[in-house]
Ligand binder design. Structure first.
Ligand code: GLN
Length: 191
């Protein structure tokens, strides 16, 4: 089975737990657990970093002594929205200390104040049919390292990437019940 943790400091933790629980339904012996301490990271094959408020999550990562354990995490990371901000290596907001797990530059709240949230049908590399992306005060990647695979982009910027076992999304694949990106991520773990 596969053991997936969900970083549970702030954000849409329950939605990530449900989505991975459903995506793992056909893999006996799998489990989804919440992560609040470094000890909770032991034995995980993968970790989800949820959407929420990246400045708050960053502060709580520091307060809970999780910065080094997360920066050194060896499993795959599935990062959405605020998670995409946290997993980058450069962020346009000094209140976020990024984990530098994916070489990319991320701009927070990239859609401007007028457009808090929106949906867009996205062409995602590796998916046969478009994916409905739900964007909520979403970031975009403004540049990525040469070893980062861009999976989807919109006019505002890059909104889905893969880097080794890690994947990051500006939108929320954990909302809406379409688990194709979760399955793509799990297939890439090699477990
Ligand atoms: N705007 C938030 C941030 O930068 C992300 C929003 C979200 O995760 N839905 O932290």
């Amino acid at each position: 089975g596969v053991k997936v943790g969900v970083l549970a400091l702030q954000g849409d933790v329950a939605e990530h737990i449900t989505a991975f629980h459903d995506a793992l339904a056909d893999r006996p012996g799998s489990s989804v657990v919440v992560v609040r301490t470094a000890a909770d990271l032991a034995d995980l094959d993968a970790l989800a970093i949820p959407g929420g408020e990246s400045t708050t999550i960053s502060r709580l990562i520091g307060k809970n002594g999780l910065y080094e354990p997360l920066a050194g995490f060896e499993g795959g990371i599935f990062a959405t929205c605020a998670g995409m901000v946290l997993i980058a290596d450069r962020v346009d907001d000094p209140r976020v200390r990024p984990l530098s797990l994916i070489p990319m530059h991320v701009a927070r709240n990239a859609f401007g104040r007028q457009v808090d949230s929106r949906e867009a049908m996205l062409e995602v590399a590796g998916l046969a049919e478009p994916f409905r992306g739900v964007f909520i005060r979403a970031p975009v990647a403004t540049g990525v390292g040469s070893d980062v695979e861009v999976l989807a982009r919109i006019p505002e910027g890059i909104v889905a990437v893969r880097h080794g076992r890690h994947m990051a999304f500006a939108f929320h694949p954990e909302l809406g019940g379409d688990l194709r990106l979760h399955r793509m991520f799990l297939a890439g773990l090699g477990v």
